[in-house]
Write a protein that binds this ligand. Structure first.
Ligand SMILES: *[C@@H]1O[C@H](CO)[C@@H](O)[C@H](O)[C@H]1NC(C)=O
Length: 343
């Protein structure tokens, strides 16, 4: 789209806008990854695989955390909660994207777009809050070990998780209501693979100054506050770890928070690159690539990091596999006949 058509379209729509409200009846087209037609099939398979591994991995972690009583601690309660969040988070984007690969239909209704924006942004905010709650948990465990049990009780951890889910869904409800007041006209194609707010905002033809202000305030609450909180916790944690005299003690303390620190770094790192990079033409593709990281790869790497790096999760997994195999052995051995009859 060059500037000329953009301007013509804009004027055209301004005229039309006067007599009927068509924001709600308008469909958007997600341009997404259409620029590489040869790679479509390969990309489809890759995304399908990523989605399958994300779902299986995260659901497995939730099952482990719920079923294994060695993992019944606040730290793993938060991990289970984060994993259940990641399944939702990934499901706001990938199924729609995969379906559009299959059907070749890239359009999305205005309401669908708003819904996608709401759910995606509210889950992303929940993730920021949960990561902050997890770092607070690690801060207490490492810096206040004697107060840990009395400060991080079940009730507190349950409330922190509930507040993350509730708070972010309410905050984003406000943002989405304000956002839905913005009028869209002009070219209806969103240069992104999902309804992200900055590519959408570029299509607005009404005055977006109020909305931009609202977004700044909320971005502060959603993103900057939990980020600063997490950063502060980790500064304290690392200072405390460096003060431990023995190197094995240092390693032990660090190992309890290294998986979480890795996830925090990946998530915020890519998020900040996406929102800090100016949306100029050459950087736009790079922006999409980084959006891909924080929307699609973060939920994938979370269970991988925990299952590869965290000894307790690995052991819980081993216990579950052992239990599952002995169960089926017993079942086949003892009740082989009955099993056969049932078949
Ligand atoms: C996550 O936290 C919420 C609110 O505290 C709770 O209702 C839910 O059961 C938790 N989910 C998991 C999988 O632990």
């Amino acid at each position: 789209h060059n500037g000329f058509f953009w301007r013509v379209d804009k004027q055209h729509c301004m005229a039309e806008w006067e007599n009927d409200n068509w924001t709600s009846s308008m469909d958007f087209v997600l341009l997404g990854i259409r620029d590489v037609p040869i790679l479509q099939n390969l990309l489809f398979l890759l995304l399908l695989m990523i989605y399958a591994v994300t779902m299986v991995g995260n659901i497995l972690i939730v099952v482990l955390v719920v079923a294994d009583r060695h993992l019944h601690t606040p730290m793993y309660f938060f991990l289970g909660n984060l994993s259940s969040l990641e399944t939702c988070y990934s499901s706001t984007i990938l199924p729609r994207l995969l379906a559009s690969f299959l059907t070749g239909d890239n359009s999305i209704s205005a309401h669908g777009c708003m819904a996608q924006f709401y759910f995606f942004a509210s889950f992303a905010t929940t993730e920021c809050y949960l990561l902050a709650a997890m770092s607070y948990d690690r801060y207490l465990a490492i810096c206040q070990p004697f107060l840990y049990a009395s400060l991080m009780t079940w009730k507190v951890s349950f409330h922190l998780a509930a507040a993350s889910w509730l708070g972010s869904s309410l905050l984003l409800l406000v943002v989405t209501v304000v956002f839905s007041q913005v009028q869209f006209c002009g070219p209806k194609s969103i240069d992104h693979f999902f309804c992200e707010f900055s590519p959408l905002l570029e299509l607005a033809c009404s005055n977006t100054r109020v909305f931009t202000l609202v977004v700044f305030i909320f971005a502060f609450l959603d993103l900057i506050c939990p980020f600063l909180f997490t950063l502060a916790s980790y500064v304290c944690i690392i200072a405390a770890i460096l003060r431990i005299p023995s190197s094995t003690g240092r390693q032990k303390a660090f190992s309890t928070c290294s998986s979480h620190l890795t996830i925090v770094t990946v998530f915020y790192g890519t998020l900040f690159v996406v929102y800090m990079l100016p949306r100029t033409a050459p950087l736009r593709q790079l922006n999409k690539v980084f959006s891909f990281f924080y929307t699609i790869l973060t939920p994938l790497v979370n269970p991988l990091i925990y299952s590869l790096r965290n000894r307790e999760v690995r052991e819980a997994l081993r216990r579950m596999i052992r239990k599952a195999t002995t169960c089926t052995h017993n079942y086949v051995g003892d009740t082989g006949k009955r099993h056969f009859l049932f078949l």
